[in-house]
Write a protein that binds this ligand. Structure first.
Ligand SMILES: [Zn+2]
Length: 53
């Protein structure tokens, strides 16, 4: 089970979508991102490692 996290991406990007991308991340990978806020749980695969249980 992953969760959606709003993360800090390219803060110089003009589009909020790029500055603060919303990613589905597993518990292992979320530690390597700066998390702005935590969202709902999801069955989507992890955006970083592809974990999909
Ligand atoms: Zn992962």
């Amino acid at each position: 089970m992953r969760k959606y996290y709003t993360t800090e991406g390219d803060t110089t990007a003009k589009k909020a979508k790029n500055a603060y991308p919303k990613l589905a991340l597993c518990e292992k990978c979320v530690g390597s991102y700066v998390v702005i806020s935590e969202g709902e749980r999801t069955y989507d695969e992890c955006a970083k490692c592809g974990e999909d249980d």
